[in-house]
Design a protein around this ligand. Structure first.
Ligand code: SAM
Ligand code: SF4
Length: 331
């Protein structure tokens, strides 16, 4: 086994996604139920020091080169700015990114950028407030928009916007959302809805496919594939109306990119997940709290990655959705 986070199929994970909390101030339909989801107990959540220790091991011993903080909603984590600053002090310095719903970003974008945050992805599925409330079950569109503007002004460019289309809800608004993002210099990427919602409401028939997303955009924009191999980047990129602006489509379900995956995930309660759809986890928190050395933790982490499956298997008749929902895994 190599010193890096390698699996049996030759993939090497260099992109670590760290969920800082499973809590959230929105309730997006495709992610969380309206109510009734239990939070992780506080004592099971890694402290800032514990997160940093695992990050240091990942960067110094396991070859991690990009760290993305996510959740739940990572801006709800009080120590976030300090975590970003401490991550920026690691060597070799990893690229530091954040995936957020944008609530509170208007207040924190500047200090996050100063602490060393390199990039931000903000989730926004519509620019209409009634549709926003229908999807997220909260009336907060204006706050997300001001968060996006603050991130852009703080130099976290290009600000990326992640959008999920839901049939009969916002699938008629794809072109409108793209136009809005283009006007502001935000880079939009559509993501196919995946079976990761806590209430297990996903169905393949209801999912808006990448093909359908193109069909919505093509009457309004000329999309030209960007000539480069997708590599480990999941988004297929297209220039819009000759460029230089682009739009991305992440066809996780209909065109899986598992063969090129370079990701590994750490949950807020200290479990390593080698895949979004993994049904097994590897418990680093218990080992860490029982006095494991850095080398022992690194060895556990390598073993966890070695067992990564070749693909997510959503199309297999035997596919079972992971027990943990997206909000607790970290998207
Ligand atoms: N709260 C933050 C946010 O919304 O950006 C970070 C966590 S959220 C789980 C990360 C990303 O996962 C978001 O872009 C969200 O749209 C996406 N997501 C959540 N549930 C999804 C699903 N069932 N299928 C596809 N993407 C999903
Ligand atoms: Fe919260 Fe993000 Fe899930 Fe929406 S997608 S409920 S913002 S964690």
């Amino acid at each position: 086994m190599s010193a890096q986070l390698q699996d049996q199929f030759g993939r090497v994970a260099t992109d670590l996604r760290v969920s800082l909390t499973d809590r959230c101030n929105l309730r997006c339909q495709y992610c969380m139920p309206a109510e009734g989801l239990d939070w992780l107990p506080t004592e099971e959540t890694l402290t800032d020091d514990e997160v940093l220790r695992l990050l240091r091991i990942a960067v110094e011993q396991l070859g991690v080169r990009q760290v993305r903080f996510t959740g739940g909603e990572p801006l709800l984590r009080r120590g976030l700015v300090g975590l970003v600053a401490a991550t920026a002090a690691l060597r070799p310095r990893p690229t530091i990114a954040l995936t957020s719903n944008g609530l509170g970003l208007a207040r924190t974008a500047q200090s996050l950028a100063q602490a060393g945050l390199d990039r931000v992805n903000v989730s926004l599925d519509t620019v209409r407030s009634d549709t926003f409330e229908q999807i997220t079950r909260r009336d907060r569109l204006a706050d997300v928009m001001s968060g996006l503007a603050a991130a852009h002004n703080a130099g976290l460019r290009p600000v990326k916007v992640n959008a999920v289309l839901l049939r009969g809800v916002n699938d008629d608004q794809a072109a409108e959302l793209l136009g809005w993002c283009l006007e502001r210099g935000y880079q939009l990427r559509f993501i196919e809805q995946m079976p990761l919602d806590a209430q297990h409401g996903w169905s393949r028939a209801a999912m808006v496919t990448a093909e359908e997303i193109f069909a919505c955009l093509e009457p309004h924009f000329t999309l030209t594939p960007v000539e480069r191999s997708r590599g480990s980047a999941p988004a297929e990129e297209f220039t819009v109306d000759g460029g230089p602006e682009t739009v991305g489509v992440i066809a996780s379900v209909t065109r899986p990119f598992c063969g090129d995956c370079d990701r590994v995930r750490l949950t807020a309660d200290g479990q390593v997940r080698n895949c979004l759809f993994a049904r097994e986890e590897s418990d680093l928190r218990t080992a860490l709290r029982h006095g494991a050395t850095d080398e022992e933790l690194a060895a556990r982490w390598r073993i966890a990655m070695w067992g990564k499956r070749p693909g997510h298997g959503i199309d297999d008749p035997s596919f079972l959705q992971p027990v943990r929902p997206m909000s607790s895994i970290g998207g």
